[in-house]
Write a protein that binds this ligand. Structure first.
Ligand code: ADP
Length: 485
């Protein structure tokens, strides 16, 4: 296709040690537009050798990066943030082309990803140690916080910009260098981000990007190479478990942002209009392909029909299509397997008695566009209440009391996000404390921002991204015992 974005940002090579280069094998792979099926670019297809070169480059760049003052690192990150925002439109276009989400949502993701760069540019200067009361008069106890060293990041296709930005930014702020492997479906956003980091003067080797289709081979290097001190991953729980196991032999630190199965609960005293607004944001953003998307709606029996009616209206107002078109609010799913999975889950729910109120099929046969869908009378044991749908399907289940819905909400091996709507202040506290998730949104459909700690419990992962806690994942505490004073 003809390139319609700034050529500075349109990159198709690996970025290793400050150089744009082909894969050692010369191999390339195609990146397709999920809306049209067109091939957008042929990108360098890295092998394990390229991953080793990238890790070695990150290790070589580490002493120089650590030697900079926190203030200097902060200024470089800030400069990168400014460039990302200057190029927001082009970055959004690249994102929509390779990922499919509506352009406005893509621009939102660029700003959201950039907010982590801005935030950690600020946090870079606020890494504090302690002076601790000693056990003897002639001793002193002091703690230092130091960057862990070389970090590797493996990121998914659903937020090709933001998932990477929120790993690179805290790593660099902490004085670490990094190698990233973006998802093979969406490497262009990652390469564009690196091009702007280069432009901002972030030194060679501090950020390295290895694109490729052999995730297992590249991933093995990134999780086992002795120079790597930490692995940070966003993706499926199945892959996350594999990566944790691979890091065990060399005892690396890990941050894992894995799958979710968010309950969205509407109590009988909820503001139903607000609940519908929140449901649309939480369910249909990115066509339902986020790990914090509402996955199962529990609606109190006394407001069930009223909520379903309002949600039907809101669902039918969404417009599916190519994200580059002006009024489109819902893009395609990422690939055929994703659509098949959604179809299977809907078929299972219907077989168990659920009714399709709207949607329930593709926009046209064979396309990757799945219509925004509302299912009612969904039984609590339908498969989509237990499995991540990752598609635009809202499934409404009835409940009758708080104890019952608390049990259902917590009956999951996942523990990422939960949403609930109520006007009862006591219930807000009581129910929030009872939910087994890392994040709880109360009367709100959007919970992710750079100031808050994002992360899960149970099989949704470990570690936090964003907030003042986010940098801790990239720091070691060193304790100095000073005697003879
Ligand atoms: P999703 O279902 O969102 O595609 P995955 O967990 O499969 O989630 O993918 C997330 C990231 O993990 C992608 O960059 C993918 O290439 C990578 N990945 C998948 N399998 C492996 C593996 N065995 N080792 C390392 N990375 C992997």
């Amino acid at each position: 296709m003809s390139v319609t974005v700034n050529p500075l940002l349109w990159r198709d090579q690996l970025y290793i040690n400050g150089q744009w280069r082909a894969a050692a094998s010369g191999a390339r792979f195609a990146v397709d537009n999920p809306s049209t099926g067109d091939t957008l670019a042929e990108v360098a297809d890295a092998s394990a050798d390229d991953a080793v070169a990238a890790v070695e480059a990150a290790a070589a760049a580490l002493p120089g990066w650590q030697a900079l003052t926190a203030k200097k690192r902060s200024q470089l990150l800030r400069g990168w943030f400014d460039l990302v925002m200057q190029h927001q439109e082009d970055l959004a276009r690249i994102l929509t082309l390779e990922q499919g989400k509506p352009l406005k949502e893509a621009a939102g993701e660029i700003a959201y990803g950039a907010s982590y760069i801005e935030w950690f540019a600020e946090e870079a200067k606020r890494i504090y140690g302690d002076v601790i009361a000693p056990p003897a008069a002639d001793k002193r106890i002091v703690t230092l916080k130091q960057g862990v060293g070389v970090v590797t990041a493996i990121t998914p296709w659903n937020f090709p910009n933001a998932m990477l930005a929120r790993k690179i930014a805290p790593a660099l702020a902490a004085g670490c260098t990094l190698v990233a492997k973006p998802a093979a479906q969406t490497p262009l956003s990652a390469l564009a981000l690196a091009a702007l980091a280069e432009e901002a003067g972030i030194p060679a080797g501090v950020i390295n990007i290895v694109t490729g289709t052999d995730a297992a081979a590249i991933g093995e290097v990134l999780t086992t190479h002795p120079l790597v001190r930490k692995v940070t991953f966003t993706g499926s729980t199945a892959v996350g478990k594999k990566l944790i196991a691979q890091t065990a032999d060399s005892v690396k630190k890990v941050t894992m942002e894995l799958g979710g199965n968010a309950p969205f609960i509407v109590f009988d005293d909820a503001d139903l209009d607000a609940a519908v607004d929140g449901a649309v944001v939480s369910k249909f953003r990115n066509a339902g392909q986020t790990c914090v998307c509402a996955n199962r709606f529990y609606v109190h029996a006394s407001v069930y029909d009223a909520f379903a009616k309002k949600l039907q209206v809101a669902t039918e107002a969404l417009r599916v299509g190519d994200g580059l078109q002006q009024d489109v609010t819902l893009g395609p799913l990422i690939n055929e397997a994703a659509v098949k999975k959604v179809e299977d889950l809907v078929a299972d729910a219907v077989a168990r008695g659920a009714k399709i109120v709207t949607g329930g099929q593709r926009l046209s046969s064979g396309s990757l566009f799945y219509l925004p869908t509302l299912l009612v009378d969904v039984p609590p044991d339908a498969r989509l209440a237990a499995e991540e749908i990752f598609g635009p399907v809202a499934a409404l289940i009835r409940f009758t009391n708080e104890a019952e819905v608390a049990e259902w909400a917590n009956a999951s091996e996942f523990g990422l996000a939960a949403y609930f709507y109520t006007q009862n202040q006591a219930r807000i506290w009581r129910f929030s404390e009872r939910l087994e998730t890392g994040m709880v949104a109360v009367n709100d459909g959007a919970l992710s921002n750079e100031m808050a700690p994002f992360g899960g419990i149970k099989q949704s992962g470990m570690g936090r991204e964003g907030s003042r806690y986010g940098i801790n994942d990239y720091l070691n505490i060193k304790y100095l015992a000073i005697g003879g004073i």
